[in-house]
Design a protein around this ligand. Sequence first.
Ligand SMILES: Cc1ncc(COP(=O)(O)O)c(C=O)c1O
Length: 374
Amino acid sequence: MDHRATTAWIDLAAIRANFRHLRDIAQGSIVCPVIKADAYGHGALAIAHELEREGAQFCSVALAKEALDLRESGIQMPLLIFGAPEHSSSSLAIRLGCAQTIYTEEHVRILASAAKSVGKKAKAHIKIDTGMNRQGLPWTKARSFAGLLADYPEIFVEGIYSHFADADSPDPSFTDLQMKRFSIALESFGRVGITPKYRHIANSAGMVLYPKTRLDMVRPGILLYGLRPAPNIELPEGFEPALTLTTGIVYIREVPAEESISYGRTFTTKRFSRIGLMPIGYADGYPRALSNRASVLIRGVRAPVVGRVCMDMTMIDLTGIAGARVGDEVLLFGGRTLPVSEISNLLSTIDYEVVCMISKRVPRVHIDSKPQEE
Ligand SMILES: Cc1ncc(COP(=O)(O)O)c(C=O)c1O
């Protein structure tokens, strides 16, 4: 076995099924999957090509660089960049037909000057802050921003959008408030003739839990990957986790009772033990905080992580697993038997972070568990 058996497997059949399910839920609203951060760790290029084959009409990313990489790999569908436009990348984004997010006077100037230099109108989506208080045009300032835009014919407003802060909460009141503020901002733009093709606000939780938030377009991320939008929400029916992280046992050491394992001696064997070595550590995105807490699956049986997770290696106790040997495959997390949610709960975090943490040195292998329908 290759010493680095550690691999993230991404099932494109699950991605396809999840996308179709999102499209059904969207009921005519355009689905703009969010594939930023390397498609939440799932490999953006492969995911984008799969979505394009599935007929996706739009995709969104955080950075201009992410959009440019997609174009370079041959992706042709419309792309929206969430991040603020920058002098260094704006012209290329325009040339490649990517829509850019604007919400300040500086963004407008950058986009307009880039558009002039390219000799092509810049597509823009105006981001409205309706309650995140992170980035975006304050919802009360729509009128003055519309006035500013009137002086920049180089900019074509293709969309206006906002982002929910609390759509996964059982209390709908803040989501309602954000919707109200967004409507007011849209009306202000509408009064001066800015009525873009795409008004959008819903993320995964919003589009599933609040049908009225779907508008012209929805921007689901986490549900495309078959993961939970929040720890308090079960994965809605019809979605399939796409990622599994596996490794292999590369070495087994027989250790007497009363011996300590790994740095800091945080685990001591209580009996004669068979300790398995896995070639994965915190540098791969298997966090040190899982030391002595997580378990893995071998031959359908759980084996606890023992001692501290190291940078490149982690140990597990194989004592109770009959026949466990070097070369056995180990499931670290993913799928339904050892879901990502188990790890995110152990780490008091969200599913998003667990999959985004899988580092670059772990190869992503895209498989297709079901042949594509004609
Ligand atoms: C602007 C924007 N829209 C949509 C999403 C997708 O959110 P989710 O993955 O919760 O569906 C994100 C993700 O953080 C985002 O930043």
